[in-house]
Design a protein around this ligand. Structure first.
Ligand code: DAH
Length: 344
């Protein structure tokens, strides 16, 4: 035994490679098997002079460890290579998963509302989000001193003229635009869109939200027609067993006016914390279009009557899917959005 032969063996171990597991096995047998080179050196070790035993002993042990580590390394490399090739060649392997997106709950609710009213013969109308005072307030019979015209409630856009330009606070402005455009009834439209109010953001309020406005004008339209349209809508939206109740209310643009509640779909009228123990949930405002509103848009109130209604999409969606906090709609938390993957 001499140092050179050990060094030479070390270099050979370091340089060796393997393509298949069989090569690794051959390498192992060649080094550490019964007749392997390292095994032979261990046998020779017995004949080494006592003063050299320490030096050669250490070297031999290192050599053995190096060979064992190399065997492990080669085996792993070969196995990895083999899995890679089998997987690549396996044509029956399923394709890569790709994540499906989901529609936003506000879009889902809006489409559902539109779909229901389309079946009733309504068309969709849209109008601008940046509006003037006429379409949002004056033509809708808001008196000049009405608080909604205040900066506290409405976002005004600074201009260098006297015309008031503002972000619409409700989609009722689209009623006015539709009447101005169509002039002769029958008019039957729903107007979905974004609205803006100067409000602090909380679980129940936001400065941007969505509404759907409805308008039906023709000869002989009555409050009974309004009630029937709302009832049919609610049955489609919340299920056939839903009940509605109409409470007298006030809006400048309708007379008489009403707010509509639906029976609570959680406790079915028994009273729970969502309906605050009343069994009812408010969902929209409505009424018979005020004759002043018809005249302002050039429709003769002696010939035609009509009804209008307006609802918040966030609110409808909250009731339908029991969303507890309005801010969830705007945060885009994927865990929340994914819950709606199965809705359509
Ligand atoms: N514009 C009202 C709002 O934003 C909602 C509304 C109530 C619309 C009654 C209507 C209506 O058309 O008749 O609160």
């Amino acid at each position: 035994m001499n140092s050179e032969s050990i060094e030479e063996l070390k270099a050979r171990i370091a340089a060796s490679g393997a393509k298949k597991l069989q090569d690794v096995e051959e390498f192992r047998v060649g080094m550490l098997g019964k007749k392997g080179e390292i095994t032979r050196l261990f046998e020779e070790f017995r004949t080494v002079a006592p003063e050299q035993k320490r030096e050669f002993g250490q070297k031999l042990n290192q050599l053995k460890q190096q060979a064992q580590a190399k065997i492990e390394e080669l085996r792993e490399a070969v196995e990895e290579e083999q899995t890679a090739t089998t997987v690549d060649n396996d044509l029956t392997r399923p394709g890569d998963d790709f994540e499906l997106g989901s529609r936003h709950p506000i879009s889902l609710a809006r489409e559902e509302i539109i779909g229901i009213f389309r079946k009733f013969g309504y068309n969709v109308a849209e109008g601008p989000e940046i509006e003037d005072d006429w379409h949002v307030f004056s033509a809708l019979n808001f008196p000049p001193e009405h608080p909604a015209r205040d900066m506290q409630d409405t976002f005004f856009i600074a201009t260098d003229t006297d015309d008031k330009i503002l972000l619409r606070t409700h989609t009722s402005s689209v009623q006015v635009r539709t009447m101005e455009r169509m002039k002769t009834p029958p008019i039957r439209v729903i107007c979905p869109g974004r609205v803006f109010r100067n409000e602090a953001i909380s679980a129940r309020a936001h400065c941007i939200f969505h509404q759907v406005e409805g308008l039906y004008i023709d000869r002989n339209v009555t409050f009974a027609d309004l009630r029937q349209a709302i009832l049919l809508f609610c049955r489609e939206m919340f299920g056939p067993d839903v009940r509605i109740r109409m409470r007298p209310s006030y809006f400048p643009f309708t007379e008489p006016s009403s707010e509509v509640d639906v029976s609570c779909n959680i406790c079915h009228g028994k009273g729970c914390n969502i309906c605050k123990g009343t069994g009812w949930l408010e969902i929209l405002g409505c009424g018979m279009v005020d004759p002043n509103v018809l005249s302002a848009s050039g429709i003769d109130p002696d010939v035609y009557t009509g009804f209008a209604f307006g609802m918040g999409i966030e609110r409808i969606a909250m009731l339908k899917w029991q969303v507890k906090d309005l801010r969830m709609y705007f945060e885009n938390d994927v865990r929340f959005l994914k819950e709606f993957q199965t809705v359509v």
